[in-house]
Design a protein around this ligand. Sequence first.
Ligand code: KG4
Ligand code: ZN
Length: 353
Amino acid sequence: KDDLIVLGIETSCDDTAAAVVRGSGEILSQVVSSQADLLVQYGGVAPKMAEEAHSQAIDPVVQEALDKANLTERDLSAVAVTIGPGLSLCLRVGVQKARNIASRFNLPVVGVHHMEAHALVARLIERELQFPFLALLISGGHNLLVLAHNLGQYTQLGTTIDDAIGEAFDKTAKWLSLDLRRSGGPAVEKLALEGDSQAVKFSTPMKQHKDCNFSYAGLKTQVRLAIESRNIDATIPISSASSQDRNSRADIAASFQRVAVLHLEERCQRAIEWALKIEPSIKHLVVSGGVASNKYVRARLDQVVRKNSLQLVCPPPSLCTDNGVMVAWTGIEHFCVGRYDPPPSVIEPEDFV
Ligand code: KG4
Ligand code: ZN
């Protein structure tokens, strides 16, 4: 297993990413090309634009990943690629590239589930992490609480019934006219440091639902109403706002973040109780996905985990946000148990996984 060398390709949303990882877990290279400029221009991901940007970025990104690893395609053991969930126009750019390389160099292809990759990358950074474990996956499109019994065997304990937490962070950033050069989440996290998290009384979502599901649509609306009622002129970028206006925005950011994360804390506490009944031997809670790079999120969830005598495993930020390493690593895990497709023989433009 240690000798395997796998290329991972990720194009499910707004980042074009590739990485080369060894079966031993050594990361040989990691490249991410972000579409942040487009996000600023359009205030969100526009699928057609994103597809175009992926198409332009994919060849150089993959080439750079191989160059940085000092390898060529001939050195690879397999190609892993995200096949879903995500924007189909975007996914197919990555899948097409993977199949191209695989057919030219006679390599097996491993199709990877994006959310499984967010969870399994934790096993690359924490070698002690054995199945079964509990995972909270928090990203722009999904919130999931999953009990991972074994590779490929997962029980979903909770999911989002409307918007994911990352979407709520992104909209809050947009409505507060924060600097969106990176994604919205980090901008809200930074501004929240200046604010009073008790200043705005947002209510915690789904208090009355004693389950492990998530809802952020209502909190989003509460944020929008709070901005309107405080007469914040959100057409003015935060960098030009008066200090009073800036303070109001910081209070909203801090209060939003506190309640958004409180919802995660409550759901995780319940999920731990449920999970321990099903799999009493679990020792870890994995927290991954873009929002898991937030320091406040990590600190609060660490408290929950400790209270339950479990351990938190949270990948470093570069492996929490979308990346090629998690895809390559998940490819390695599946490849090792024989789950892969043989090299595609002919390349058909419309022949996608
Ligand atoms: O996993 P990811 O990179 O892409 C998806 O699969 O969606 O997650 C992206 C999400 C975005 O909504 C982004 O705003 C959020 O993760 N995010 C953060 C932080 N960094 C990224 N949210 C809160 N705080 C952060 N520091
Ligand atoms: Zn993701």
